[in-house]
Design a protein around this ligand. Structure first.
Ligand code: CA
Length: 230
């Protein structure tokens, strides 16, 4: 993968890039938010590893700008251990995954590998439909009522899992495993944030919501005619 590391701690930045290159990736570093953002927009790397606490332009502003510019790069944010609110805010602002500092290079590689995996499971068909919502797995395209809806990679994958089995209720744990490949450090907040992000993009502006919460069980997608109260 082509990876851009935006991190202002020189030693960590060097260590990160070196480890990524050793794993066979192409990696570059920028040490502040402003030049990092510029590099991300110019190069659209496959992955941006983004520290949140950066000089000149902080990581949240970088995320906002990447979203505004509809940058297709996946984003892994680096947060300080214990700063759960930062993680939540970063995921809400469009990041695909997070890693809390301090982390081992093994943890980083596991997250990078999970973000590099394309697609969830091989499906029998590339085209999935639920009511007026249409998802094309191969072209990574989503349309609702004919209107194209840009999604981040993880938003797309959450939706794909739900749409492969309309009406089936997926628990947060299962979605977390299937999409983020997080087996041990499962985190229900992340799943909730992505469902909220998807609802904002897919259901806002339409009369019939398609994504439903099944209280204390999980989430499902289903066409309006089979909807029950939820
Ligand atoms: Ca920093």
């Amino acid at each position: 993968m082509r990876i851009l590391v935006i991190e202002d701690e020189p030693q960590l930045a060097r260590h990160l890039t070196r480890s990524l290159i050793l794993e066979g990736h192409e990696a570059e570093t920028r040490s502040d938010g402003e030049t990092g953002l510029r590099a991300a927009l110019e190069q659209s790397p496959d992955l941006v590893v983004l520290d949140l606490n950066l000089p000149r332009l902080d990581g949240f502003s970088v995320l906002d700008r990447l979203a505004e510019e509809k940058c297709s790069s996946r984003v892994l944010i680096l947060t300080a251990r214990g700063e759960i609110e930062h993680r939540v805010r970063g995921l809400k602002a469009g990041a695909d995954d997070y890693l809390a500092k301090p982390f081992s290079m093994d943890e980083l590689m596991a997250r990078v590998e999970a973000l590099g995996r394309r697609g969830i499971t091989p499906v029998a068909t590339n085209l999935l439909d639920v009511a007026d919502l249409h998802l094309d797995v191969r072209e990574r395209r989503v349309l609702r009522a004919g209107k194209s809806i840009p999604l981040s990679i993880r938003e797309f994958e959450v939706l794909q899992v739900l749409m492969e089995e309309p009406g089936r209720v997926f628990s947060r744990t299962e979605l977390c495993k299937r999409v983020w490949h997080r087996e041990h450090d499962y985190d229900s907040r992340t799943v909730e944030i992505f469902i909220t992000r998807l609802r904002k993009k897919l259901d806002a502006g339409f009369d019939t919501p398609l994504i439903h919460t099944v209280r204390s069980v999980g989430y499902t997608i289903r066409p309006p005619e089979s909807a029950t109260h939820s």
